[in-house]
Design a protein around this ligand. Sequence first.
Ligand SMILES: Cc1cc2nc3c(=O)[nH]c(=O)nc-3n(C[C@H](O)[C@H](O)[C@H](O)COP(=O)(O)O)c2cc1C
Length: 331
Amino acid sequence: MPILPARALLLAPMVELSHRPLRELIHSFGGCDRYYTEMTSASGYLARSPFDQWFMDSEPAPEKTVVQLFDSELEPLAQAAARLFEERKASDTPLGGIDANFGCSAPLIEKAGGGVSWMKDARRAASLIAALKAAAPGVPISAKLRLGYEESEAALIEFCLALEGAGADYLVVHPRLKSEKFRRTGRWGYVRAVAEALHIPVVGNGDVRSPDRFAAAMDEYGAAGAMIGREAVRRPWIFALLRGKEANPSFELAVDIEKIGLRMLSSIKTMLPLPFHSSRARRFFYYYCDNLSFGHHLRYAIQNLRDLDEMERQFRQYFMDVPAERHKTER
Ligand SMILES: Cc1cc2nc3c(=O)[nH]c(=O)nc-3n(C[C@H](O)[C@H](O)[C@H](O)COP(=O)(O)O)c2cc1C
């Protein structure tokens, strides 16, 4: 398998969202090229956290699923990569890649030295990439990063060149600074600058929601692919739309919004452990309700529920009240 196919489409790592039920749903619409798992603590995995099997679950496409690891130290990350590599070999299950999280800016993680904090020291980050390469021979190693702490094209390129020099197979750039939230649009000019400076593929991430934005990522900003997060939760069929295989606009109009939501609830119940149920369902519907004209009421109601059967009842009720919303209409 190539490191990445041309104009690659990747599902972003998202805590409580990039799990098997979402992958199964995306897969049912033809899938994407790489599915990132949500970030998983390397130290937690080494300590055999009881939830590992769900964090590391790579079905339904293990060969395309990249496990994202985070930690503040090199050692646990390298050891976790080595253990994952050995476990997959023993069970004869492919490993689509290992990604180092250099982008998370959640205060708890960043202050502890994980996530974007790795961007403070290019040499240390490069040592980590080299250690991951050695720990998992033959497995694609990537890093997902932000712009860092302050705007500096030179510093960003120096950082990315160091990762390339250490053997990174490709990089994913989410062009926002450490402190920037989603309100501000990503600065995609930096994706272009990094793509031009490096020889390895550079994937762009952030706000890709339409065929136009996808085309711009490749053609205007020189990215090797696009990684999509929130829009893949809102519309798990987005990859099919972008791939153009489903260019027929009636494809999206035929999607049954109610059926997909119910399928997600049922997959959460059957594929994830009980302690994950309500948090994962709430998180999914937080974005998925954007498909509905009166979705904010439903979103609010679901955010206040814990019981999945009750969520299902509310969700079904919405379509009894507004049956036309089961399908999107032409705009
Ligand atoms: C709920 C949520 C959880 C996230 N968790 C992670 C994560 O575990 N690892 C990571 O590298 N980025 C994480 N991100 C950032 C996304 O991967 C992505 O960079 C960001 O959402 C921008 O892409 P988008 O505009 O396509 O959503 C998360 C984002 C959201 C909204």
